[in-house]
Design a protein around this ligand. Structure first.
Ligand SMILES: Nc1ncnc2c1ncn2[C@@H]1O[C@H](COP(=O)(O)OP(=O)(O)OP(=O)(O)O)[C@@H](O)[C@H]1O
Ligand SMILES: [Mg+2]
Length: 320
């Protein structure tokens, strides 16, 4: 049986599409970012996913995370990962209050709305798993007490594409928790030149004004879950997943969780276009950013092949 869901009303999808447009306009006042990449970032925000940002230093990752937080008038926090960072440094800890004679929970940076986790692969596996667990659960349990995280809650974790010594690559199960992987890359020469001249007037991110509230984002997130997806569309997603599992370049293909995330992302994408139902186009637009980073490639396969595998699946599987 299909679960009962109130379909999205036209005013809801219009409000969400307008929110996405205003967000994109505002963020691009301060950050040079390709339109497609920004779309993927906004899809993750509206589909309640998290983002793995694979990039080199100094390309605007911090600027992007701060610009999102300012645009939606939300709290921002940054965590710099190092090998001695403890799980408690991220999630928080109980501290004894001398005067009140009791333990008080002191929340860690993960209790902000937009959390930038820099160089996640420098954190120890224990800290990584502590962080990734609360990303999934959206709550933190310390000494049997559970604390709910803020909403909206978006983690942008950065990772250098080159693996250095002394880093702990995220295990597959952890990578699978990120809805999308994006890279900002270098701006075009024209965009970079305009960035240089903009910057002479000071940091643009600091002068960004909010264009929405946390409540607006929550309403859009709720609407996104109610975008319709037909049985044919869900079958299409499953056939795409199977295509990645059967590809000879792949040791471990896309998981069922990957499929859930792809469908959720497709719905948010449909909503951003002002539609009340998702189409194969939405699935195709999100297939690479949602699926490629999860594939475990066969030995001696170039790392870039993951994108090709997904691209081939999209072109080979028919969206009947
Ligand atoms: N794409 C971009 N758009 C706008 N500003 C940018 C961009 N890339 C870099 N900058 C500017 O360059 C400086 C460094 O950017 P930022 O701190 O966001 O980079 P980062 O990717 O977070 O670097 P790191 O890897 O060192 O943390 C900032 O002043 C930022 O405003
Ligand atoms: Mg940074």
């Amino acid at each position: 049986m299909e679960p009962e869901q109130t379909p999205v009303a036209p005013h809801e999808s219009e409000a969400a599409a307008s929110l996405a447009r205003r967000l994109a306009d505002n963020i691009t006042q301060a950050v040079q970012i390709r339109e497609r990449t920004l779309d993927h970032v906004l899809v993750a925000l509206l589909a309640e996913g998290h983002i793995l940002v694979e990039d080199y230093p100094g390309v605007g990752k911090t600027a992007l995370a701060r610009a999102i937080a300012r645009s939606i008038d939300c709290q921002f926090a940054r965590v710099q990962c190092t090998s001695d960072l403890l799980p408690a440094d991220v999630v928080g800890t109980n501290v004894y209050d001398e005067r009140a004679h009791r333990f008080e929970f002191r929340p860690g940076p993960v209790f902000a709305n937009i959390v930038l986790v820099d160089e996640i692969n420098r954190a120890s596996p224990k800290t990584q798993s502590g962080l990734l667990e609360c990303m999934q659960e959206r709550s933190v349990t310390v000494d049997v007490q559970t604390h709910e995280l803020a909403r909206p809650f978006l983690v942008l974790a950065t990772q250098n594409p080159i693996e250095y010594e002394g880093t702990y690559p995220l295990p597959e199960a952890q990578v699978d928790r990120f809805m999308v992987r994006v890279s900002l890359g270098y701006p075009s020469p024209v965009a970079e030149a305009s960035m240089l001249s903009d910057h002479e007037a000071g940091d643009r991110v600091l002068s960004l004004a909010p264009i929405a509230t946390a409540a607006d984002v929550l309403a859009a997130q709720d609407a996104a879950t109610r975008i319709q997806a037909s049985k044919a569309l869900r079958d299409y997603v499953v056939r795409l997943l199977w295509r990645t599992r059967e590809d000879s370049r792949v040791d471990l293909g896309a998981s069922p969780r990957a499929g859930l995330m792809l469908l959720r992302a497709a719905k948010a994408n449909a909503m951003m276009q002002g539609r009340d139902h998702a189409l194969p186009d939405d699935v195709q637009a999100l297939a690479e950013p949602v699926l490629a980073h999860r594939l475990v490639l066969a030995p001696d396969t170039a790392r870039t092949a993951a994108r090709e595998v997904v691209g081939d699946a999209v072109s080979m599987v028919r969206a009947r």
